[in-house]
Design a protein. Structure first.
Length: 182
C-alpha cells in the first residue's frame, strides 16, 4: 500500500458526512421499503379488529416523516359491545352488502378511529400518509381529505366506486400496494 492509498481521518470523516443525492430509482426503492413496513404494521393492527365478517379486519397507520402518529382498527366505540362479543354481525342479519350503508354497523372504520385518536391527542394529520389494509370508503375518504392526508397507501380494494371518484378529484396521491403473498 502506498501513501496515496491511505486516507486520513479527515478524508474518511468527510466521506461519511458529505451529502449524496439519491437517484430517483434509489429514492423509489427506499420509499417502497418503508411503504411495505408500514403496510405490514397496518395488517397487524387490523388483526385487533372485532369485526366477524371475513376479510374485513381493517387496520390503519398514519405516518409523517417515517414517524407513526396514529393508528386505528375497525371496532365498536368505547363501551359498546362489538359484533365479536355479541356473536353476530348486524349487517349479515340484515343482508347489507359490503361497501353500502356504512352507518348500519356497530363499528367505526379503522381510518375514523385513527383520525379520532390523533384528534384526542391534539396531533395534526396535515401532510401525512395513511397506510390502510383496504381502500377507504366514501365517508373515510372525505374525512381523510379534510384531515389533510396527502397520500393513501392501501393493499386491498373495497366495493365503493364513489370513493374512487372523489379521490380522483382530489390532490391526494393513491397507491395500491398489494400483498406480496398473493
Amino acid at each position: 500500500m502506498n501513501s496515496e492509498d491511505v486516507k486520513t481521518f479527515e478524508d474518511i470523516l468527510n466521506d461519511c458526512v458529505s451529502e449524496k443525492k439519491l437517484s430517483p430509482e434509489e429514492t423509489a426503492k427506499k420509499q417502497a421499503k418503508w411503504d411495505r413496513r408500514f403496510m405490514d404494521l397496518a395488517k397487524v393492527i387490523g388483526s385487533w379488529s372485532s369485526c366477524v365478517r371475513a376479510n374485513r379486519q381493517v387496520g390503519s397507520v398514519i405516518v409523517r416523516d417515517k414517524q407513526i402518529i396514529s393508528t386505528g382498527y375497525n371496532g365498536a366505540p368505547v363501551g359498546i359491545k362489538s359484533c365479536e362479543e355479541k356473536g353476530y354481525c348486524m349487517r349479515d342479519k340484515l343482508s347489507i352488502a359490503s361497501g353500502t350503508r356504512a352507518e348500519m354497523c356497530f363499528s367505526a372504520h379503522s381510518e375514523q378511529n385513527a383520525i379520532v385518536q390523533a384528534a384526542k391527542l391534539g396531533i395534526s394529520l396535515n401532510g401525512a400518509t395513511i397506510y390502510v389494509t383496504h381502500r377507504p370508503c366514501t365517508i373515510c375518504t372525505k374525512l381523510l381529505i379534510n384531515a389533510g392526508i396527502k397520500r393513501i397507501v392501501y393493499a386491498c380494494g373495497y366495493p365503493d366506486e364513489f370513493a374512487v371518484k372523489i379521490l380522483s378529484q382530489s390532490d391526494v396521491e393513491i397507491v395500491e400496494l398489494p400483498d406480496e403473498e398473493k
